[in-house]
Design a binder for this molecule. Structure first.
Ligand code: NAI
Ligand code: MG
Length: 498
């Protein structure tokens, strides 16, 4: 592990934030849980408690939904012009930018991810998402429609209106970015929100709540209730006065959310798991494909729903590519995220460590061969070696299930038809990638891969303007781009007889 460079001195404002009791944002007030309960959030690099946070449950979800309903129906929010909503979103993006270093450190302390990436990926992406959606606030349009109904003349048009009170449940792998992906489009169109951050990583969402107040959003427009999934999350998903639920997380919980939503038939969008195929053809530029395939799986310690966790390589270059990715994996500086030189941090939690180590054991038992890695590192913190498995068979758990850790299975293929069949042989359909210099082959593959995103000669490229979501059991709906606006609006048809 990297121990050569001293850890970053924690920013004074982060120390201050951590020293204050962390409460819940409901109706514009920071409140404790009615039960008085709190829960601990941990530093994954050490396993030590970082902060105590008020533990929201059904009572707090009820209060937050009531506050969101009130803010949706009365007060300044429904009367605000689209331009005013856009200005508030832009102001929030400025505040996030002004608190860049503080938020980056808080994210790294709570999630474990390298500060390097919190600084260049997480915080700037959150800024960009709020800015992109700020621009949409003034561009949400209906259409005029010439209709042919008999006996009279009519003027008909559609309006796009906010869906109402939105519940948003987010995971721990990109806590601030996930909060931005959820809140920004909902607020741009005029919804009000109850956000439940993941219990592993509530801190940046709570700090964001303070910035939302500072930006001047009216009370109750954004409510933030930290708490556990089985309690606060389940209460939000089943709440009869929530009009829409948006969820990012495991496919297993996505199914629970969809079921819970049937009570009042609230609208549902789901962004779930993946087992993304990353395909390297013999004609690829290996100087790009090899490091690209390494970062496809090892970025964020593999804890990303798009992780390129199934690496398919043409048999003529299989050893060369696998050896190359193995070499790349040895270059990673594994260590505490707060260490400036670290580019691979710990997993988020003890539970995630146990889950990933369970897959390593299962791979070994089922006969997979480990080329590099394969073990936990040390006894402090939740570090796992970057790992490459070969000699795997299609039925193995390590090939079929989402591991959500730095573990890739490498599999040889003979021709494009075969690799399309391999790639699509999964319950998931979130993302895929193709590395080739043959432009026709690249686009033929893009058409055949059953995934919501296909990257060509790149990996994990996201943009606020580019729709993102999954085929098959990777989810329902598309976030980002103008597709996100559809998730948070209803279409109303108005027909007037002239
Ligand atoms: P999870 O799906 O349990 O957690 C995600 C969010 O859902 C959290 O906010 C959690 O509190 C909430 N939640 C949990 N149970 C709920 C319920 N019954 N009702 C409402 N909300 C609920 O994910 P977990 O357990 O943290 O991780 C397990 C696996 O899920 C990972 O190993 C990974 O495979 C997958 N995962 C996928 C993510 C993605 O980005 N698609 C993100 C996080 C996890
Ligand atoms: Mg869970």
């Amino acid at each position: 592990m990297a121990t050569t460079i001293a850890p970053v001195q924690i920013h004074r404002s982060v120390q201050e934030f951590l020293s204050r009791p962390r409460k819940l944002l409901i109706g514009g007030q920071w409140v404790d849980a009615k039960s008085g309960k709190t829960f601990a959030t941990y530093n994954p690099a050490t396993g030590e408690v970082l902060a105590q946070v008020a533990e929201g449950d059904r009572a707090e979800i009820d209060k937050a939904v009531a506050a969101a309903r009130k803010a949706f129906e009365s007060g300044p929010w429904p009367d605000m012009s689209p331009a005013e909503r856009g200005r508030l979103l832009w102001k929030l993006s400025d505040l996030i930018e002004q608190h860049h270093e503080e938020l980056a450190e808080l994210e790294t302390l709570d999630n474990g991810k390298p500060l390097l990436f919190s600084r260049i990926v997480d915080v700037p992406t959150a800024v960009d998402v709020f800015r992109y959606m700020a621009g949409w606030a003034t561009k949400i349009e209906g259409t005029t429609i010439p209709i042919s109904a008999p006996h009279a003349k009519y003027f008909a048009y559609t309006l796009r209106e906010p869906v109402g009170v939105v519940g948003q449940i987010i995971p721990w792998n990109f806590p601030l970015i996930m909060a931005a992906w959820k809140l920004a489009p909902a607020l741009a169109v005029g919804c009000t929100c109850v956000l439940k951050p993941a219990e592993q990583t509530p801190l940046t969402a709570l700090r964001l709540g303070e910035l939302i107040q500072e930006a001047g959003f009216p009370d109750g427009v954004v409510n933030i209730v930290a708490g556990f999934g089985e309690t606060a999350g389940a209460a939000l998903a089943s709440h009869p006065d929530v009009d829409k639920i948006a969820f990012t997380g495991s496919t297993e919980v996505g199914r629970l959310i969809a079921n819970a939503a049937t009570g009042n038939l609230k609208k549902v969008s789901l962004e779930l798991g993946g087992k993304s195929p990353n395909v390297v053809f013999a004609d690829a530029d290996l100087n790009a494909a090899i490091p690209g395939s390494a970062s496809a799986i090892f970025f964020n310690q593999g804890q990303i729903c798009t992780a390129g966790s199934r690496l398919f390589v043409h048999k003529s270059i299989f050893d060369k590519v696998v050896d190359g990715v193995a070499e790349e994996s040895k270059k990673f500086q594994v260590g505490p995220g707060m260490n400036e030189s670290t580019n691979l941090g710990p997993l988020v939690s003890k539970a995630q460590l146990a889950r990933v180590c369970g897959y390593l054991d299962s791979g070994a038992k089922e006969g997979a061969k480990t080329i590099v890695g394969g073990h936990r590192i040390g006894n402090t913190g939740y570090f796992v070696e970057p790992t490459i498995l070969v000699g795997v068979k299609p039925h193995m758990k390590v090939v079929r299930e989402e591991i959500f850790g730095p573990v890739v299975t490498a599999i040889p293929f003979n021709d494009p038809d075969e690799v399309v069949a391999f790639a699509n042989d999964t319950i998931y359909g979130l993302a895929s990638a193709v590395w080739t210099r043959d432009i026709s082959k690249a686009h033929r593959m893009a058409a055949k891969l059953r995934t919501g995103t296909v990257w060509i000669n790149c990996y994990n490229v996201f943009d606020p303007a580019l729709p993102f979501g999954g085929y098959k059991q990777s989810g329902w709906g598309r976030e980002m781009g103008h597709a996100a606006l559809e998730l948070y609006t209803e279409s109303k048809s108005v027909c007037a007889q002239l």
